[in-house]
Design a protein around this ligand. Structure first.
Ligand code: PLP
Length: 410
């Protein structure tokens, strides 16, 4: 199936440094299928105009494309209505919006904010800022050897003092799936709000935010086949209603006088300035593409690739894989190190074989510190267009890396 899917991604059909291109960095950003490229092109060729503002045909079409995406996203993630879908630039902007609009206004001195040590900096640094500004305490949920937050941590760290819990669903470093439902339930049992980072889960598995009962959920379109520059903040209507606007300017107002402003209703209240309609057109197309494949199939494709990769890595005695090897507990991300070779050297040598992987600290310094691997890790991440040939290229590349640096291939 993935061989057929791969044909929809022209960028993958090229040689890099004289080798077949192997793209293993989809957790950073995914490649885009022809359908998405065409949707963006079609928007600019036929409908480009500023949405929400013009009383003429193209502006109305542009508005229609943009607002239709809201409905498509609402259905894709199981939100209750369109007012709960706010378009932002990316997950980072969404967390900054939550931190500034909710955190800065509802957190008081002595309150506690709970995140996990596995957070991407976008769900960490904004809460540090809130905690510092408000005199609150930022507390961490730590992981077991498998890379998973334990029930004990949840029970001990989330207390009556906790006002915000903001945790990632899937770690961008380890790919481990966190017990997000239990965390949300515990947060609610102490009267805290629960925000979740679904940037690494919504592209890979079926997510229903209403069923999860998250107060807010955040993701980026570019990690799920859509263009860069469009992301989503889902928020329960009652939460978003009580939050003040984050960015002020055009289109988020109801009425403005010289000294005062009343704000637009949801969702416009949070979408100041000219909207990213091309991104919305691409996001609709990306979601349609994923729906056609079916999220169950997406999961299955990745599961097979991850199982095979873990099996093959296990055969290489010079490779250390971090976190669980149980594919039921992880998504399409694997972090590892190669004995005696700095991750950056591994990536450079793999690149010379046309294999693109991510190395470093993955915007998760506290996690890498906690894992005791300050120099970083090598990270491979899969998506629907990857094939077993890609796994083969990685394994051969790793053997060659060892040979190049004088270790032999064992
Ligand atoms: C789990 C997670 N959260 C948030 C982000 C931030 O996404 P963006 O850079 O699109 O804002 C990333 C990006 O890698 C991520 O992996």
């Amino acid at each position: 199936m993935n061989k057929e899917i791969k044909k929809d991604f022209p960028i993958l059909d090229q040689e890099i440094h004289g080798h077949r291109f192997t793209y293993l960095d989809s957790a950073a950003t995914t490649q885009k299928p022809i359908a998405v490229l065409e949707a963006v092109n079609d928007y600019y060729k036929n409908y480009n105009a500023n949405p929400h503002r013009g009383a003429y045909y193209l502006s109305e079409k542009s508005t229609e494309i943009y607002e239709n995406t809201r409905t498509v996203v609402k259905e894709f993630i199981g939100a209750k209505n369109e007012k709960e879908i706010i378009f932002v630039k990316n997950a980072t902007e969404a967390f900054n919006l939550l931190a500034h609009s909710y955190g800065m206004n509802f957190i008081k001195e002595g309150d506690e904010i709970v995140i996990s040590v596995a957070e991407h900096h976008s769900n960490l640094v904004p809460w540090q800022q809130v905690a510092k500004a408000k005199g609150a305490l930022l507390k961490y949920l730590y992981l077991d050897e498998e890379g998973i937050i334990t029930e004990e941590e949840i029970a001990n760290k989330i207390t009556n003092k906790t006002k915000i819990v903001s945790v990632t669903h899937v770690s961008n470093v380890l790919g481990t799936i966190q017990p997000i439902k239990k965390i949300i339930e515990k947060a609610h049992s102490v009267g805290a709000v629960a925000f979740i980072d679904i940037a690494q889960s919504v592209p890979h598995m079926k997510i229903d935010v209403s069923q999860l009962d998250a107060d807010a959920a955040v993701f980026s379109g570019h990690k799920m086949l859509a263009p860069m520059g469009i992301g989503v903040l889902y928020g329960k209507e009652e939460l978003l209603e009580k939050m003040p606007p984050f960015m002020c300017g055009g289109d988020m107002i109801e009425y403005v006088t010289e000294q005062d402003t009343t704000f637009a209703e949801l969702p416009n209240k949070f979408e100041g300035g000219t909207q990213n309609v091309e991104g919305a057109a691409g996001l609709t197309s990306a979601i349609q593409y994923l729906n056609e494949i079916g999220m169950d199939n997406v999961e299955q494709i990745e599961d097979e690739l991850v199982s095979e990769t873990l099996k093959r890595l296990e055969e290489l005695p010079f490779v250390t894989v971090y976190g669980t090897k149980d594919t039921k507990k992880k998504s399409g991300v694997i972090s590892f190190n190669v004995e005696g070779i700095h991750p950056h050297d591994v990536a450079s040598i793999l690149d010379s074989y046309g294999v693109a992987i991510r190395v470093g600290r993955h915007c998760a310094y506290p996690l890498l510190n906690y894992m005791g691997v300050n120099a970083g890790t090598c990270r491979v991440s899969f998506y629907i267009y990857n094939t077993m040939e890609d796994v083969e290229a990685l394994i051969e590349g790793l053997k060659n890396t060892r040979k190049w640096l004088g270790y032999g291939s064992k």
